[in-house]
Ligand binder design. Structure first.
Ligand code: AMP
Ligand code: MG
Length: 418
């Protein structure tokens, strides 16, 4: 399990910027070193544990990029057509048994190995057959055209995949192209998830008139799963210090991260802070972020704890900026934070300088092809519909105080954040 010192999340300033939070997490959280070997089919989304050097060049042999006719460069002409008799036929998976005779051409297909003495391929669409059955080649084809030399994609020995890479389908394809069967990946990060609050009922259980169904836990578990975590669903803890403390303490030794939602404000019924302090150490990060509120960071018996706010949108946004980097750091992932893409604002917005704000927005394509961001019409951090009915978040940096229609703003798609 992760073992962190009690003061690892301590922070001196009154307000923490998003960048400071991410910087602190990435420098203080130790990566898990346990590995496991997984089959390629199970590798998507996992974090690669070792560099992979190409065990063979890609492509492994020089081959034709098209269906056509292979020739020697000595038989190319810059100025006149040339009619060459056929000598040989090489299919994909076949072999040229002998070199092509000088002044001849061989029929060849896409992916078939080049005959040893041929360097160039004419596309079949560019040639014709004369009455004598010879292949008439046009002048002016560049020597080496339509051929894929061995190693042109990746030379043998090149470090093609790096430890820390979060594997996507294209990385799995590369490993398969190398003939690998299993990959060493970092074991899944084990995360214990709790909701807190007397007002919460679990879906499937009776709901009292003053209760709402717990939605955050399912959102957070789904987000963690997408990050490749092994998630323990630990249900709802009541707003009571001792039962909270007992619940948290029980999972500390067996998980790499404890995640809670709710109860981290400074109201009298926010008990997460006191509960963590009674069994470990805790700091409240006041993050300069909206939506978002204090985020609790703690250590219980060496295991990190993150306490997110209860409002669903605040919970979502702080997950992205605090939990996501923590999980990636625990997994030793190299992944850089997603880059906002520039879009045109279709709204007016005023904000305070000094804090990062995230505006829920949908995209639409304008007639000139540019993308325009439409702000969700309401602001509340409790509105789940605002996350459901939008495509992503507009990121407004600390120094921004105003957005005018037509202004370029940075958009982060939910698809990139999850
Ligand atoms: P808290 O952070 O505990 O003060 O909660 C802030 C708001 O978020 C309250 O209106 C809670 O009812 C709501 N809330 C807290 N936890 C959840 C949850 N797990 N699912 C949905 N709403 C929640
Ligand atoms: Mg609460």
């Amino acid at each position: 399990m992760a073992q962190l010192s009690d003061d690892c999340f301590a922070f001196g300033g009154p307000m923490m910027s998003v960048d400071e939070a991410v910087g602190l997490i990435t420098t203080r959280v130790n990566a898990i070193v346990d590995l496991e070997a997984v089959a390629l089919i199970d590798a998507d989304g996992r974090v690669l544990a070792r560099d992979i050097a190409a065990p063979l060049p890609l492509p492994p042999f020089t081959n034709s990029a098209v269906d056509g006719y292979a020739v020697r460069n000595a038989d190319l002409s810059d100025s006149a057509e040339r009619a060459l008799p056929l000598d040989g036929r090489i299919q994909a998976g076949g072999l040229a048994l002998a070199p092509i005779k000088a002044g001849h051409t061989a029929r060849i297909f896409t992916g078939a190995p080049m005959p040893p003495d041929a360097e160039t391929v004419f596309m079949q669409e560019d040639v014709r057959v004369d009455d004598a059955g010879r292949i008439v080649l046009p002048p002016g084809l560049k020597p080496g055209a339509n051929v894929r030399p061995a190693g042109e994609d990746i030379p043998q020995g090149h470090i093609a995949l790096r430890a820390g890479q979060r594997l996507l389908p294209q990385h799995v394809a590369l490993a398969a192209a190398f003939g690998l069967v299993r990959l060493d990946v970092v074991r899944r990060i084990r995360v214990a998830v709790f909701s807190t609050g007397d007002e919460l009922a679990s879906p499937g259980e009776p709901r009292a008139a003053s209760q709402l169904f717990d939605s955050n836990r399912f959102m957070l578990m789904a987000m963690l799963r997408r990050l490749g975590c092994d998630v323990s669903d630990l249900g709802i803890l009541r707003d009571e210090r001792i039962s909270l403390a007992n619940g948290l303490k029980q999972v500390a030794g067996t998980h790499d991260l404890i995640l809670t939602t709710g109860g981290v404000s400074t109201g009298e019924e926010d008990h997460v802070k006191a509960a963590v302090e009674s069994i470990g150490s805790l700091v409240l990060w006041r993050m300069a972020i909206k939506p978002g509120r204090p985020v609790a960071m703690g250590i219980i018996e060496g295991t990190p704890l993150i306490g997110l706010p209860g409002n669903p949108v605040a919970s979502f946004v702080t997950f992205v900026h605090v939990v996501r980097p923590t999980v990636l750091a625990l997994a030793g992932s190299l992944q850089a934070p997603p880059l906002p893409i520039p879009v045109r604002a279709a709204f007016t917005y005023k904000k305070k300088a000094g804090r990062r704000e995230y505006v829920r927005a949908s995209l639409r394509r304008m007639q000139d092809g540019a993308l325009e961001a439409i702000k969700f019409p309401r602001e509340g951090a409790g509105l789940l519909s605002s996350l459901v009915d939008t495509d992503g978040l507009i990121e407004l940096d600390e120094e921004v105080t105003r957005v005018e229609p037509g202004q370029s703003v940075g958009f982060l798609s939910y698809a990139d954040l999850l």
